[in-house]
Design a binder for this molecule. Structure first.
Ligand code: ATP
Length: 905
């Protein structure tokens, strides 16, 4: 007989388990025998293959071709320097391949490290006690405790179930939840059996206990995973943009190479000179390293985000975060601390605080306190604080503190959901079966017929109702979360709908203070042009009071839309309503969150939305950025989310947005940096062609810059920390491309030209001192020529060192910039200096790069050019700031005044 055919007791016994779970002593042996509960990656691409790939992609092939041509040319026409070029290109391929491999490896490591930050824990009963263990330490025979929102971590057989429903979509594809119970089944197929829960599925309602019978690769999911190919990782839009750009630039380089070849031919240069130059130009400009650098800077951003408690689940989200225009946030736990304490009670028509509820009045308020003590879903783990909703903990604590220490067994439950906004539990008590109900007053009151008044029970009348409504408002206006508690003794024959004819026991006002960091984070959002909308299930008055405390609402009359009203709004009415500056949605259900997200998206907003429950999953998926709570969130919500907040804190969302914005800026910084040096590389050749001077910069020297000295500082720019100014601008439109005319004008038309002037000046400075006269032909190996090209190269590198600092900021001056805060940049510069010194002053450097030692006067000669570039760039930045020239993004305030919304999704 298969396990689903057995009774619950037989199933437990067959696995050597019981309702007390496994003994701790057994676990180790079982794990040794059955292995850890993990899916092994079956077809991991070997590191060797990945390494080999770095040498065989599109750009590498162009380089191989170029190297082949160089060696071929050497064979045809020995002594023209082709061989050196061939070797140089091979060197380029090797350096590039290794660097890209290292970058990819770093990026993968960074992403893999993130996974470990949020280990999956599950509740099990072991040795008769409830405990939390890592999901991969589960063994067959373990007794799992599952509840709404939990992912099922292994294949298991239910032994107890209360209104349990599962979503099997991951296994069977059917997305409608299915009811499950603990009865033996006569189904043939284990997957069809009502008492089986499969790993990878999730519990969407109810609760239960189940005994594990298969783990890891032995589960049904493991068997499917076994046949699956390794998943193809999608590229982010930014990566795609870079890939497209790289291909375009590579083609451009090819075209330039060919064009220069023919220009050379036309003006009578030798075939081989032209040939070398064409190949060199192509090699120098093929942007093979760009994509890995972008990937690495995205990955490094995810690490910085993780340090700030935001865990990114997929790379594209990093960019989307940067263009977020609206955050729809829950209140409880995200804006507030979710540290609940009972502050005020409303009993018998009077306010009191819980301390005033003396032990002498215990009898009088027994039902009220009994409801607080019993109506919950808390799990008690020996020696630890109870596990569950902090509000329920606060209520149970209050009852305990007043001496109400009862633990009557729960025999049934009408579960909480955000639409019903109440829950009820049924208990066997010495006085018979009792129902305890708690929830929002407007959801509980209609079920009540009577009200407790001291020792008496009165019929509920309009006077009571008005009194209760007023009390609710008074407490909510102080920011308290108000719950109504009610109860009812049940007849022996429990009715189908037991939630009726209740007796209202009283109201509880719970305090949940705002998180201290939140007010500042909201302020930051305002300055950054990000709208923050509170979407809460709580009462509108509580919501507005809290919103006011954190600065989310500042006006006298913010727009407050409650769930009932939201239901009646047409899509266009909702869209219009969303134009209000300050909006709070209160008493909304999870499905309504979706409605709000969709309306915002129709308004071209990029929407981030938070959520924690099972019902939030669709909205989390629909949003541009779904954000789940790491602590209070269910597994289902986490799975649907793009980002997980490790500390559940709103301020961490804002920190992540800041990092997301910085990534884009950083990529621009390093693009500006590497594009700049193209001009001083091309201008010498143009001068050589147009003015018939000796060639100021050889191909090998160009390669030394592009693939040697420029690399690490560029990577450093990609890892810059976010600048304070990134949160002072409007969000970036998703249409905004990485490279635009501003960037090109600055890199090519300004910085590049200045570098070219310095490089040419250094070249002529050496020639002039060596007595060269215009028209005189210099041989390629003549010391004067070698020194002159070395001066040209050195000048470019000196200018590029200054340029790193320039590229750190687009608008702010050097004085306001932290220049030494980025270790990667500093080590990049040190390497740059070491490389140029090695090229200039070592015999092998000279031999390899066609260089010769230059005197100190050449360096001194270049210094004013460096200073000049720094000064002119300062002037440019000052002019841009002073006259607000070509603003990249509008300032938030201006944009809001003109009433424009974002476009460009
Ligand atoms: P937020 O949506 O900001 O997290 P919330 O926690 O108040 O706020 P919901 O969880 O949707 O939102 O709860 C809605 C209402 O349902 C609460 O204001 C409360 O009145 C009631 N409620 C919440 N949790 C429970 C519970 N465990 N038992 C009974 N009623 C509850």
């Amino acid at each position: 007989m298969k396990i689903h055919h057995l009774t619950a007791a037989e199933a437990l016994e067959s696995l050597g388990s019981s309702l007390n779970g496994l003994d701790d002593a057994v676990i180790e042996g079982r794990l040794r025998e059955f292995g850890f509960n993990r899916l092994e990656e079956t077809r991991k691409t070997s590191a060797l293959l990945l390494f080999a790939r770095e040498f065989l992609h599109f750009f590498a092939l162009i380089l191989w071709l170029a190297a082949g041509l160089a060696f071929f040319a050497e064979a045809q026409q020995p002594g023209e320097g082709m061989q050196t070029l061939g070797y140089a290109i091979l060197g380029v391929i090797a350096i590039n391949g290794c660097f890209s491999f290292w970058q990819r490896h770093q990026a993968e490591q960074a992403i893999a490290a993130l996974q470990k930050l949020l280990p999956h824990q599950v509740k099990v009963i072991r040795d008769g006690e409830l405990s939390l263990v890592y999901a991969d330490e589960l063994a067959p025979g373990d007794l799992l405790v599952l509840q709404e929102g939990d992912n099922v971590p292994a294949d298991c057989r239910l032994v107890e179930a209360l209104a349990l429903r599962v979503n099997n979509a991951t296994i069977t594809g059917e997305s409608l939840p299915k009811g499950r119970d603990a009865q033996p089944s006569d189904a043939e197929d284990i997957g069809q059996s009502r008492n089986i829960l499969l790993a990878g599925t999730s519990v969407v309602a109810g609760e239960g206990k189940a005994v594990v019978f298969a783990t890891g690769m032995h589960t049904e999911f493991g068997k499917i995973a076994n046949t699956l190919k390794t998943t193809v990782k999608a590229q982010s839009p930014l990566q795609k943009q870079i890939a497209r750009l790289s291909h375009f630039v590579a083609l451009l380089a090819l075209a330039l190479g060919v064009a220069f070849f023919f220009i050379g031919q036309a003006i009578g240069l030798t075939f081989w000179e032209n040939f070398i130059f064409a190949i060199g130009l192509i090699v120098a400009n093929v942007p093979e390293g760009l994509l890995p650098t972008v990937t690495l800077s995205l990955a490094m951003a995810t690490q910085r985000m993780a340090k700030r408690n935001a865990l990114i689940r997929n790379l594209p989200s990093v960019e989307t975060l940067g263009s977020t225009t609206v955050i729809c946030t829950d209140k409880t736990g995200t804006l507030t601390e979710n540290r609940m304490a009972v502050k005020q009670l409303f009993l018998d028509g009077h306010y009191c605080n819980p301390d005033q509820l003396g032990r002498h009045s215990l009898q009088q308020h027994a039902a009220f306190l009994g409801c607080a003590a019993l109506c919950h879903n808390l799990k008690r783990i020996e020696g630890n604080a109870p596990l569950g909703d902090p509000m329920e903990i606060a209520l149970a604590d209050m009852a305990h503190a007043r001496g109400m220490r009862i633990d009557y067994p729960k025999i049934g439950e009408v579960p909480f959901d955000t639409d019903r906004k109440r829950m009820s539990t049924l208990h066997d008590t010495p006085a018979g079966t009792m129902l305890f109900c708690k929830g929002a007053l407007e959801m509980v009151l209609p079920l009540c017929r009577q009200i407790a008044a001291g020792n008496r029970i009165e019929t509920l009348d309009d006077g009571h109702r008005q009194q209760l409504a007023k009390a609710l408002q008074t407490m909510a206006d102080q920011g308290l979360r108000v719950l109504a508690l009610a109860y009812r003794p049940l007849p022996e024959e429990i009715p189908d709908n037991p939630e009726q004819s209740l007796i209202l026991a009283g109201l509880v006002g719970l305090e949940d203070p705002p998180r201290p960091e939140v007010a500042a984070a909201i302020g930051q959002c305002h300055r950054a042009g990000i709208k923050v909308i509170m979407v809460t299930g709580d009462h509108p008055h509580t919501a507005v009071a809290i919103a006011r405390q954190i600065g989310l609402v500042r006006s006298e009359h913010p727009k407050v839309i409650v769930g009932d009203k939201l239901k009646k709004l047409t899509p266009s009415q909702l869209q219009v309503a969303l134009d209000a500056d300050e909006i709070v949605f209160a008493r909304v259900g999870a499905d309504q969150k979706m409605q709000i997200v969709e309306a915002l998206q129709r308004k071209q907003h990029i929407v981030a939305v938070t959520g924690d429950g099972v019902n939030d999953a669709p909205a989390l998926k629909k949003a541009d950025i779904g954000i789940a709570m790491g602590k209070a969130g269910t597994d289902v919500a986490k799975e649907a989310a793009d980002m997980i907040l490790l500390d559940d804190n709103f301020a961490s969302i804002v920190a992540a947005i800041e990092e997301g914005r910085a990534v884009f800026d950083n990529i621009r910084k390093f693009l500006t940096y590497i594009l700049t040096s193209n001009i001083p590389e091309v201008v010498p050749y143009l001068a050589f062609v147009l003015f018939k001077i000796p060639l100021p910069l050889t191909i090998i020297q160009i390669l030394a810059v592009d693939l040697g000295t420029d690399m690490l500082p560029a990577l450093g720019l990609g890892a810059e920390k976010p600048d304070a100014a990134v949160m002072e601008q409007m969000p970036r439109s998703q249409k905004e491309t990485l490279i635009d005319w501003r960037l090109l004008a600055r890199a090519y038309g300004f910085l590049g030209l200045l570098e070219a002037v310095a490089a040419m000046a250094a070249f002529f400075f050496v020639l002039d001192r060596g007595g060269w006269e215009y028209g005189q032909i210099l041989h390629g190996r003549q010391p004067l020529y070698l020194q002159a090209t070395t001066a040209c190269l050195s000048a470019i590198i000196m200018m590029q060192i200054a340029n790193v600092f320039i590229c750190k900021q687009r608008q702010r001056g050097l004085l306001g910039t932290a220049l030494l805060d980025n270790k990667l940049i500093l080590s990049g510069i040190l390497l740059e200096i070491a490389l140029i010194l090695a090229i200039v002053y070592t015999p092998w450097g000279n031999a390899l790069f066609g260089a010769a030692p230059i005197g100190g006067e050449v360096w001194l000669f270049t210094l004013p050019f460096v200073a000049g570039m720094l000064a002119l760039e300062e002037l440019r930045k000052w002019l841009v700031r002073r006259f607000k020239l070509f603003p990249l993004r509008a300032e938030p305030a201006r944009l809001r005044k003109s009433g424009r919304t974002r476009t460009g999704r």
